[in-house]
Design a protein around this ligand. Structure first.
Ligand code: THU
Length: 127
């Protein structure tokens, strides 16, 4: 896996963030098992609770395109206009959505390096 290229794709997607309410821009790049990259950004709404995180945008794009197997996701976030240097840890809702499709060893690439899903979500809700 080209980690640098995956993070760059997340950085590029972050440029599209619609974050006029929080001012916090997030980008994500999801790598499918067959080597494709689906990107996402956070998309906020004037009716605040309707906004969607960057990670879920990327996952929903991929799933709606028929993809179900994923190897990694790169995530970056920071206040809009500032460089995304500090690691942006995915929120609990996004971790649960990732867990719907990915196992414990799924790779989560942040700006401080590679992590696993189980590191951030040691247990998961299962129906
Ligand atoms: N956000 C994400 O896109 N991903 C996360 O994992 C956490 C937060 C977004 C949601 C909202 O648009 C902004 O960051 C501030 O919370």
């Amino acid at each position: 896996m080209d980690e640098k290229a995956l993070m760059q794709a997340a950085m590029d997607a972050r440029e599209h963030a619609h974050c006029k309410y929080s001012g916090f821009a997030v980008g994500a790049a999801l790598l499918t098992a067959d080597g494709q990259i689906y990107t996402g950004c956070n998309v906020e709404n004037g009716s605040y609770s309707l906004g969607c995180c960057a990670e879920r945008t990327a996952i929903f794009k991929a799933v709606s395109d028929g993809k179900r197997e994923f190897s990694a996701i790169a995530i970056c976030g920071a206040p809009k206009g500032e460089p995304a240097e500090k690691p942006c840890i995915p929120c609990g809702a996004c971790l649960q959505v990732i867990a719907e499709f990915c196992g414990n060893e799924f790779q989560i690439l942040l700006t401080d390096g590679m992590h696993t899903l189980k590191e951030f979500l040691p247990v998961r809700f299962e129906l």
